[in-house]
Design a protein around this ligand. Sequence first.
Ligand code: GBH
Length: 509
Amino acid sequence: MESLFALSFSLTILLGWVAAADFVSPSSPFPANFLFGTASSSYQIEGAYLTDGKGLNNWDVFTHKPGTITDGSNGDVADDHYHRYKEDVDLIEDIGVNSYRFSISWARILPKGRFGKVNWAGIDYYNSLIDTVLSRGIEPFVTISHYDIPQELQQRYEGWLSPEIEKDFKYYAEICFKNFGDRVKYWITFNEPNVAFICGYRKGLWPPGRCSGSFGNCTCGGDSEREPLIAGSNLLLSHATAVHLYRTKYQKNQGGRIGVAMNTKWFEPISNSSEDKKAAERAQSFYMNWFLDPLILGEYPREMREILGEYLPPLPYKLGKVKPAIDFIGVNHYTSYFVKDCIHSVCEPGDGSTRTEGFALTSPKMNGISIGEPTTLEWLYVYPQGMEKIVTYIKERYNNIPMFITENGVGMKENLNLTTKEMINDMERVEYLRAYLDSLATAIRKGADVRGYFVWSFLDNFEWTHGSSIRFGLHRVDYDTLDRTPRMSASWYKNFIALHATKPPHTQE
Ligand code: GBH
């Protein structure tokens, strides 16, 4: 068994490296100055949850409630990156990336939102992180809010349910532009608002844990049919205001770009029937286009307007002032799902099947068929073709607006019977990354304007409701000692970048 493992392991390395070598320029499909990076977010790695004046955020409070996180862990310490960022930047540099995507913790900068003082220790911390990253010739790519808001805003006015949040986000975003914008040239206002609101306000699995009826089991109230849409419209308002501020006051001098990152899935109709094909389009409209259409095209997708009627809150008029409201789309892409129509046929309960989700049942497994190789994560199936398909779809729908693949990667449960040495032999991850990059390369060859790609994540981290049990890292973290060890995927990625990057690190523009 062990020798079989070793054999397939070395074969995979070999094949992976040969495949990587196939891309060597001049046939390299990746355009000049393509960003090859890796990504993280503050709550998932920093820890130091009350250190140096940080305030509590929604995830601090949520993870401390018993029963919310499968393994009972939380982000209090996480990877302790707050105290170890210098050695972590060394690791990031070792991979040979020319960009690093990370997020700023809102409550570390503003412990009480706009209702309290600025925490200058937080500003100092991110200044130092940015300077450390830049000193290695690595481009910082910064998310302003990756699912986190100060708990104060939740308590005062129910966070995303109130339009008040626009004022708080504007105040916070301006502090970021003012203090960091001289060095940060890529801004993402929000990470995956679609996932944040589906999980937080429809299923009640994430903070603030609100839902109703058959959508989940929520003790603190909610309205699964309306609240995700209300939160969404308040986020669009907050985004529009921050972008307007950036464009009118900072962009000219600072010369950066601003966008949003969406979670994306490729939705594949389960049959060739026109009903299932239309259902797959509806699924996309209710998942990704929910935000991208308003931001780029100025209105909600037709299917949402038709099906949701008066449930759909009006779009904030401010969006009209910043059309298009993004300079680029951040595409987080991991997996693809089958879709079945639930208007003309009866669907069993499941994601997407209700009216408020567009009557389009979505699942990676349907009629006994899986869309791709399963992984140890029930939501993540390996379907590399989905990368080309989603990028091409976005290219066509949004007139080839610049894109960055802001996240791609695969997570797994660790097999505790393995030795540490075996634990870092993550050949499935190498295979996954190789195949998805190959598929991305095809989309680029066919004309998609993709300017960067980030592996999620540079090290194992706190995987939200899965806690520390799921590992996405190019580096393994031993949660007893917090030691980091590069996995096989880290050296594979390093080699891949060396073969393809035309913007090497260490050479600042
Ligand atoms: C991204 O979310 C996030 O941006 C990142 O923070 C995260 O670590 C990474 O991907 C990996 O997940 O099993 O029903 O609880 C991707 C979207 C949202 C997909 C949560 C899995 C689990 C839903 N993820 N979802 S459930």
